[in-house]
Design a protein around this ligand. Structure first.
Ligand code: 13P
Ligand code: SF4
Length: 343
């Protein structure tokens, strides 16, 4: 299958671009033209104007982002269009509109919405309509800081952990952060609401949220020379005691640039940590939690990639990702603001 994928890539030349996220399996990473974190993938898709077909090996919100940022003539395809993101699914547009209505009743016009790129296109469009923007785990600090220069308060969705960790890095205290519960439609906060600076949507990524702080503390106690590095989708309790935190690209760079024999405990998705362990065998690299597996990232395989590529050759487009025009227009506004702030 891999040989046939390589043959088709040669045949289609510049008409085809295969993009892959760092959480993809080795077989996919091995045949991709470009592998990156969410920010780099969005930037790469936006810059490429020559590919007629962009096959996105990742999850749905990433392919949607590529569709929004590329020209109308470029076709975005997913090898398996069931590859979604449980966290992105925790915020839909109806819930978001309802939350906004309530929050603006409480806080007036002093609030700006910022969504993590791990969200539905309709939620990004909502942010575009309300002067807000998008963040990824690589640029969150810079962009949330920008948000505070626009308005007094930030409505951050859907990942409460990235929102909390980023706000804490900017000096916002935990008791200045409230949580919006989209199921109960209530603001979870004890205290005087005039102290609230950040409202966090009660969403999370199960892969990172379940990394247990006790495991991290035990590692630190038993191995004093271990460096703990985690993704900022981990809970605050974990992220705040880690030695380093950052996007998948950041994690790769830190480990790549570390000395021979250095010891790393990594809190992110299994496929990436296993690849790092294999590539840097001169370093001691361990995953913090062996259960850190994203079921959706692993849905893409050589088999379903080959199937959509054979389809392209036959003129049959399978699993086309198509963001509705009116949504794409507003979502692009939010994404363009992010990209201009990320240079
Ligand atoms: P980054 O690659 O941007 O760090 O994102 C990680 C992630 O959760 C993708 O779903
Ligand atoms: Fe979504 Fe988490 Fe999987 Fe990333 S790792 S795609 S945030 S569920």
């Amino acid at each position: 299958m891999i040989n046939r994928i390589i043959e088709i890539k040669k045949e289609l030349g510049d008409d085809l671009l295969i993009l892959a996220h760092h959480y993809q399996t080795d077989e996919i990473v091995g045949v991709a033209d470009f592998v990156g974190d969410s920010l780099k993938l969005a930037q790469y898709a936006e810059k490429n104007k020559s590919a007629k077909y962009i096959v996105f090996c990742g999850v749905h919100f990433m392919a949607e982002t590529a569709d929004i940022l590329t020209d109308d003539s470029q076709i975005i395809i997913m090898p398996d269009n069931n590859a979604g993101c449980d966290m992105a699914n925790m915020a839909d547009i109806l819930q978001t509109e309802k939350a906004w209505k309530k929050l603006t009743q409480i806080f007036g016009n002093n609030i700006i919405p910022i969504t993590y790129v791990n969200s539905k296109a309709s939620v990004k469009a909502f942010c575009g309509r309300h002067e807000g923007t998008v963040v990824t785990s690589s640029n969150a600090l810079k962009i949330v800081e920008w948000g505070f220069n626009q308005k007094e308060k930030i409505f951050f969705l859907p990942d409460q952990n990235l929102g909390r960790n980023t706000a804490a890095d900017l000096g916002i205290k935990l008791d200045e952060m409230a949580v919006w519960n989209p199921i109960a439609e209530t603001l979870e906060y004890d205290g005087d609401i005039s102290n609230i600076k950040v409202i966090l949507w009660k969403g999370y990524c199960y892969v990172h949220h379940n990394i247990d702080v006790k495991k991290v503390m035990a590692l630190k106690k038993n191995f004093p020379d271990v460096k703990i590095i985690v993704h900022p989708e981990c809970q605050y309790e974990v992220a705040s005691i880690a030695d380093f935190k950052g996007s998948t690209e950041y994690i790769i760079n830190q480990i790549e640039n570390s000395g021979k024999g250095s010891f790393w405990a990594v809190g992110t998705e299994f496929n990436l940590v296993r690849r790092l362990k294999e590539k840097y065998s001169d370093k001691n690299i361990e995953i913090i939690d062996k259960e850190s597996k994203c079921k959706d990232m692993s849905l893409t395989s050589a088999k379903n990639l080959l199937r959509v590529l054979e389809g392209i050759l036959r003129g049959e487009i399978m699993n086309k990702v198509n963001v509705e025009k009116s949504i794409a227009k507003d979502a692009k506004k939010a994404l363009d603001t992010m990209l201009s702030l990320s240079i």
